[in-house]
Ligand binder design. Sequence first.
Ligand code: 8X3
Length: 251
Amino acid sequence: MKTALITGATSGIGLATAITLAENGFSLVLCGRNTQKLNELEKELGDLVPVTTLSFDVRDQVAVNKAIASLTNEPFDFIDILINNAGNAHGLDAIDQGSTEDWDAMLDINVKGLLYVSKAIIPQMRDAGRGHIINIGSTAGKEVYPKGNVYCGSKHAVDAITTGMRLDLNPYGIRVGAVNPGLVETNFSKVRFKGDTNRADQVYKGYMPLQPEDVADAILFAITRPPHVNIADLTMMCTAQASSTIVKKEI
Ligand code: 8X3
């Protein structure tokens, strides 16, 4: 039984991935900031597979290191699969209008948080000569759209860092890949628009967006390939989406 650690596991793609992986027999280390949700998940999925939870903010490197160092008991003492999922968007503003708080949050969570968690886990993979890292990127990491500026920049950074990790960890037999979804119906837009549910709902209206479970399926596919196969880069969109700015809507 392999152990997977998922960041941002309490909602959206992270939550769907936790459920999918539990159903497919992976032991789970579920990470997030919402302790209550983590506890509920541990109870729910703990009937299926061994589950433990870690409550920390990926922006806090001391907390990240402390949390990962606490994983001393089997089957959580070796992370076979790291899923760097925690990330979000803050604001959708032209570059002259954006707030530095929003920029800091996106770069701190999406880029630096991913690096902190990876740095805490890579040494054990390197020493064991095995392991698998999946970074959740975005179509925004492949294409910049108007007002996407810093969010797209953060996801382009994830794209580059994924390649860099693959190059540097290649000698150790560690697989590194990215799953890059387009529009997924989660609370992503609600967070981006700071709780403005009406505005967030508009984003997913008039077409069938990807569901978090669709992305979880792709992650499951990537991590269940034979040892000689690495899914390096997987970009997925709903059928209605052709690019970041072209979405076929019925209304
Ligand atoms: C989420 C996709 O197009 O809303 O990363 O930026 S998009």
